[in-house]
Ligand binder design. Structure first.
Ligand code: HEC
Length: 133
């Protein structure tokens, strides 16, 4: 019984180490990158998305998406700036995949938010793009 317990603990450690090394590259698979957003932005979509963004994302990413939310200071990795060219040049599918899967300390949202809510957030992130001067 004792050995069984130890084996189980070792197994858990192994699984979590694997998850971390796998997570170090946060690259969406090609199929995910090419997914089309089935919910193109309109006023209703964006107003729902804004509520969800302010509830779930603003604490870290800030209300303008700049990565300066109240919780950002306490994180070892800085939250992405959603208004930046780096994020804006990503495909809808890539952003959808990233928010679904998460990347420690960025939480995964595939359990918390529905597919529609996540696609709406992709539309919302597009509205945060820095305006060209
Ligand atoms: C606990 C803080 C936290 C919350 C809450 C959070 N994020 Fe993040 N987010 C992060 C961090 C930290 C990163 C950078 C992670 C990295 O680069 O490893 C990140 C990165 C991202 C990226 C990827 C940017 C890139 O590099 O490609 C996207 C997209 C994103 N977040 C979307 C969201 C959305 C949408 C929400 C709300 C549903 C959200 N995040 C909520 C902390 C958070």
């Amino acid at each position: 019984m004792k050995y069984l317990k130890i084996t189980f603990i070792l197994l858990c450690i192994n699984v979590s180490v694997n998850a971390q090394t796998k997570g170090s590259a946060w690259e969406p698979p090609k199929e995910a990158e090419n997914l089309k957003n089935p919910y193109p932005a309109d006023a209703a979509i964006l107003s729902e998305a804004k509520i969800n963004y302010n509830t779930y994302c603003t604490p870290c990413h800030g209300d303008k998406g700049k990565g300066d939310g109240v919780a950002a200071a306490g994180l070892t990795i800085k939250p992405a700036d959603h208004s930046s060219a780096l994020i804006q040049k990503k495909t809808d599918g890539a952003l959808y995949w990233e928010m679904s899967e998460g990347h420690n300390p960025m939480p995964a949202y595939k359990q918390t938010l529905t597919e529609k809510q996540r696609w709406e957030l992709v539309d919302y992130i597009r509205t945060l793009a820095k305006k060209p001067k």
